[in-house]
Every structure is written in structure tokens, then in C-alpha cells.
Design a protein around this ligand. Sequence first.
Ligand code: FAD
Length: 259
Amino acid sequence: MFSLNKMEPTMSLSTKYHGILDYKQALAPDIIHLGIRLVEPDHLDFTAGQYIRLDSQPYDQKPVVSRPFSLASAPQQKNRIELIIRRTAQGVCTPWIFDHLALGQDLTFSGPLGKFKLTSGNGPILMIAGGSGMSAIWSILQDMRARKIHRPTTCFFGARTRNDLYFTRPIAEFVQACPWFTFIPALSENADNQWQGQTGLVTDVVDRLVPEASSYEAYLCGAPGMINACKPVLLAKNIRPEHVFYDPFIEQKQDRVAP
Ligand SMILES: Cc1cc2nc3c(=O)[nH]c(=O)nc-3n(C[C@H](O)[C@H](O)[C@H](O)COP(=O)(O)OP(=O)(O)OC[C@H]3O[C@@H](n4cnc5c(N)ncnc54)[C@H](O)[C@@H]3O)c2cc1C
């Protein structure tokens, strides 16, 4: 039995933060980008890859809940955080974020939590992000750049259609500025004839393009289905099980408690 590195959520030792929403912008039809300026405490110390638990507020007689979202911003920026959030159909917190949360509104969250982070190794890196899973990956990438960690890194980003691909401009700028970084977006549906990039499920694209990978570390972030599909593909490339790190966007039932 392989033992891979699922980064277990940590529930203890988190602080409650108050902040103000200062940015809210759609990135894709069901993905939104938030900026939150911290008020009290006025800064958050975290490691790239960690997450917070954002508290919803009452609406439409829904319960108040607290849900985990990965930090998308660089840890060097301590007085403001960013999140990338996908709407969950039938959810409580994400419909509140999309439909009710307004610029200037006060928010509370707790954190930082989680152990998903870059190791201190120096080998090449594969990153695989699906949908809003680019959040933690983007934080790690910005942190690598800030700390001048120039490990050869290839990032695969899986999206359904061209409309679901986001951050294309900042990522293109990142590619220009960081010769150690390669970005491979893949569309699983509706790749029109102007699309010059990869097509198919991101898992299949990884399978097609990644050679023997025994010297690599892999960092996976996104829906559990994508992560489960990627693991055997990576292992078949001889990547060491202990070098596969992942953060599936799903909580254990016992973690799903209101604050
Ligand atoms: C460590 C961690 C980090 C995360 N980071 C992010 C992030 O950066 N961006 C982001 O968009 N999401 C992220 N998630 C997922 C996010 O926390 C959930 O999608 C959240 O439950 C949505 O809240 P909700 O109240 O809207 O929906 P809920 O009320 O929690 O869920 C409604 C229904 O959808 C199901 N469901 C919830 N989440 C998922 C899922 N991910 N996949 C499939 N079914 C699901 C539930 O079981 C339930 O049946 C993360 C999850 C974890 C555990």
C-alpha cells in the first residue's frame, strides 16, 4: 500500500481574525477572487499552502457555517489575504459569498491551518491544479519567487473550457519573469480551433507529457476526484509516494462544525 502525503487539516491553535472585503471579482463563471484587508489582528503569518476557515453570515434562514479556503496570496503580504473560491451548488457559504457578501463588509475567519506546503528539497517540481485549486498553488509559486527558490517547476492547470481558465495574464507575466517555471493549461471540453494548448483531462495530459519522474516532487490541489485520478498516474512515472503532496478540497464529516 502506498503512503502518500495527504496534508491533514489541523483544527487547533488558530486565531480569529476580523477583516474587510476590499476586492471581489469574477474569474470564471463559477469562480470568484476575493481580497480581505485584515483589521484585528492586522496581520496574518502563514506558510504558502495553508488555508483559513471563513465564517458565513446569516441569510435566507441558512445556518452560519465556517468553511475552509486556501490562501491564494503570498505569505510575504501579511496585512491582506486573497482567496479563490468556487461556488458549490446547494452549498451554504459559497452562495453567500457569491450573492450576498459585498465590498466593504466585515468578515471573520480563523487560521492559519493545514500542513500543505513546499518542502525544503531542491529537486524538480510538478504542480497540478484543478479549478479553484490554483489558489494554494499560486500562493506557493509567489512564495518561491519571493524567496528566490528556483527549482524547475512545471504547473498543469486543468479547466473545462477557455472561460474557466483564469489568471492568464499574471501567469504569463510569471512565466516571463521566472525561467525556472513552465505553465501547461489543459482544457477538458470545448477546446475551439483557436486553442493551441493541451486538451483532455489534466490527468491524461500529465500522463502524456511527463517523462520518468523519480526525481520529482508533486503538489496537487483541487477536487478529490482529480487528485485520486492523478495519484496512480504519477506513481506509474516512478515518482516516490512520499514525494506526492496533496490537498483535496473536501473535509471529513467531523470537521464540518460551525464556529
Ligand atoms: C483544506 C481545504 C481547502 C480548501 N480550499 C478551497 C479553495 O481555496 N477554494 C474553493 O473553492 N474551495 C476550497 N475548499 C473546498 C470548500 O471548503 C468547500 O467547497 C466548501 O464546503 C463549500 O462550502 P459551502 O458551504 O458553499 O458548501 P457545503 O454546504 O459545504 O456543501 C454543499 C454540498 O456540496 C458537497 N461539497 C462540498 N465541497 C465539495 C467539494 N469540494 N467537492 C465536491 N462536493 C463538495 C458537500 O458534501 C455538500 O453535500 C477547500 C477544502 C478544504 C478541505
